[in-house]
Design a binder for this molecule. Structure first.
Ligand code: FES
Length: 104
């Protein structure tokens, strides 16, 4: 999966993307309507947003909603699969961690 967006002026299909902004761990990230939250983060160069029990970073693995590797807290709701959740303007994403035996 490419982390790069096609700038509107170079899009051969002439799509007029509608921009949106989410906040991920306190940082504003730009995306476009139609992207999932995972693709907004990947396009911004973020490859993981969850820490597993062994301390390893987790992000998108299957990309189709099966593995739950991509979960994060969205607008205060924990364990949301970012690969399945369409991005909406103003969404807030917070990383989760189970490192060291913690629940989140
Ligand atoms: S990447 Fe597997 S459920 Fe999201």
């Amino acid at each position: 999966m490419s982390p790069n967006l096609i700038p509107p002026d170079r899009d051969r299909l002439g799509r007029a993307d509608r921009p949106l902004t989410i906040r991920a761990d306190g940082v504003e990230v730009a995306g476009v309507h139609g992207q999932t939250l995972a693709t907004v983060l990947l396009a911004a160069g973020r490859t993981h947003w969850r820490t597993a029990r062994n301390g390893g970073g987790r992000g998108v693995f299957c990309g189709i909603g099966v593995c739950f590797d991509c979960v994060a807290t969205v607008n205060g709701v924990p364990d949301v699969r970012l690969c399945r959740r369409p991005a909406r303007d103003g969404d807030t994403v917070t990383s989760q961690s189970r490192a060291g035996g913690s629940e989140r």
